[in-house]
Design a protein around this ligand. Sequence first.
Ligand SMILES: Nc1ncnc2c1ncn2[C@@H]1O[C@H](COP(=O)(O)OP(=O)(O)O)[C@@H](O)[C@H]1O
Ligand SMILES: O=P(O)(O)OC[C@H](O)CO
Length: 494
Amino acid sequence: MSYILALDQGTTSTRAIIFDGDLRVVSVAQEEFPQLYPASGWVEHDPEEIWRTVLTTVQTALGTAGLDAKDIAALGITNQRETTVVWDRVTGVPIHNAIVWQDRRTAPACAALHAAGHEAMIAARTGLLLDPYFSGTKLAWLLENVPGAAERALRGDLAFGTIDSYLIWQLTGGKVHATDATNAARTLLYDIGRNAWDAEICALLNVPMGLLPEVKDCADDYGVTDPALFGAEIPILGVAGDQQAATVGQACFTPGMMKSTYGTGCFALLNTGAERVASQNRLLTTIAYRLDGQTTYALEGSIFIAGAVVQWLRDGLKVIAQAAETQGLAEAADPAQGLVLVPAFTGLGAPYWNPDCRGAVFGLTRNSGPAEFARAALESVGLQTRDLLEAMRADWGSAAEGVLRVDGGMAASDWTMQFLADILGAPVDRPVVTETTALGAAYLAGLKAGICPPPDQFAARWALERRFTPALPRAERNAKYARWQRAVQAAMAV
Ligand SMILES: Nc1ncnc2c1ncn2[C@@H]1O[C@H](COP(=O)(O)OP(=O)(O)O)[C@@H](O)[C@H]1O
Ligand SMILES: O=P(O)(O)OC[C@H](O)CO
C-alpha cells in the first residue's frame, strides 16, 4: 500500500495527516505554536518554530500509523497563505519573524500606492487589491526595516517565500526554492494572466526579482526531503495554498462550484474555469489551481473573522467554555431582540476592505444576554457570507446561485449552517470528510505520484454528510440582510 503525507501548515497550528492510497485518513498529528503580537495590529510567527512543529508532527503521524518514511509515496504541502518569510540562502536562517497575513503594519504603504494611482494596474495583473493582507508590501517592509536586508537581497544572499516555499527549502536541505501558482497568486507580485512574476510591480515595491522562488504547478516535482530528516527521502509532489487545497478537496472542479471554509476566518472560492473574471464588486481574482500548465481561476471572498468570533465569546466575553456551547445558546436566544453584531475586530475584508473599521453591536436591550450575543455572533458569519455571495452573483450572474459546499471547524455547527442556508436562500452541503484542506493537498501529491485518479473520478467520490435547505421566507431573509447592511455602514461611519 502506498501512503500519502499531507502537511497542513495553518495560522494557529501545524497538522501532519497520513492518508492511504484511497485517501482515507490513517493518522493525524497536530501542534499549535505561539502567535506573536509585537505591536498593535502586528502579527508574527517564528518560522523556525513552525519548522520544528513540522518535524515533530510528521514524526508523530508516522509513529501513530506505524509507518516509516519509505512507506510514504508522496508529500503534499498546504499552508496559510500570504504569510511572508525571508531567509539566508546559505544558512537557511530567517532574517526576521514571518509577517502573518493578518498583520496590518503595511496599511500606510498600501494607502501610498493607492494614492499614487497604482491600484488599477496592480489589480488588473494580480487580481488583488491594495490591502496589507498580501505578501508584497510585507516583503518590502522587511527589506526596508531589517538592517542590511536590502543590500543582502541585492547581492543575492536572501530568498523570499510564503510558508510553503520556506518549508520546501528546509525539507529539501536548501536544494529547492519553489512555490506553486496558487501561493504566488497571493503575493501581489505575480501576474496571474501571464503566469509570471511582474517586473514592474517588483520595481515599484523595490523587490529584487532574484529573491523570488520558481513557480510550479500544484501537482509537480518539488524535489525530495533530505533523508536525514525522516530516515528516507519523500518526494514532494503537491503544493497549494490552504483555501485552494480546500477547493480541490471539495472537488469544486466545475465552473460555478463554490466552497466556503469556516476556520478562524472564512474564505469562499467560486470556480470560474479558464475565465479570469475581474471583479466589479471588490472580490479577489485568484488561481484556484494549475495542473499541467492549465490555470483554473476563482473569485474569492475573504472574511477575516468567522470562528474567531466564537473564540471571542469564549476567551474575551467568557460566556462559553467551549465553541459547541454556542448551539444551545443560539437556540435559547430571544429571536425578537434582533441583535446585530459586526465582528470587524481587525477591520473588514471583502467586499469592504476597510482596515480601520472596528466591531459594533446594534439593538441592545436590558434583556440582551449571552444567548443573544451567541446568536448574533453565529449569524454574523452567515451574514458576511451573504455579502460575498451577493458580490459573486453580481460578478458572475446566475452561475453563482448554486450550492455552497462548506468545511472547516465552524462547519460543525448545525445552527450556523442552517442559518447560512436561510440567509443565502441557497442549499449548504457539508461533506462526510471535513479534512478537505489536507485532503486536497494529499490528492494533488497523489495525482502527481500516479496513485490518485483524475479529477472527475475523484469528484465522483465526494460524499454528502448533510444538506441544509433554506427554510426562512424570502421577505424575512431580505429584511434581516438589509438590517445587517445598515449595521455595517453604521460601523464604518463611526
Ligand atoms: N461547534 C462549533 N461551533 C461554532 N464554532 C466552532 C465549533 N467548532 C469549532 N468552531 C470554531 O472553528 C474554528 C476552528 O476551526 P479550524 O478549521 O480548526 O480553524 P483554523 O484552521 O483557522 O485554526 C475556531 O475559531 C472555533 O471557534
Ligand atoms: O490558516 P487558515 O486556515 O486560518 O487560513 C488562512 C488563509 O490562508 C489566509 O489567507
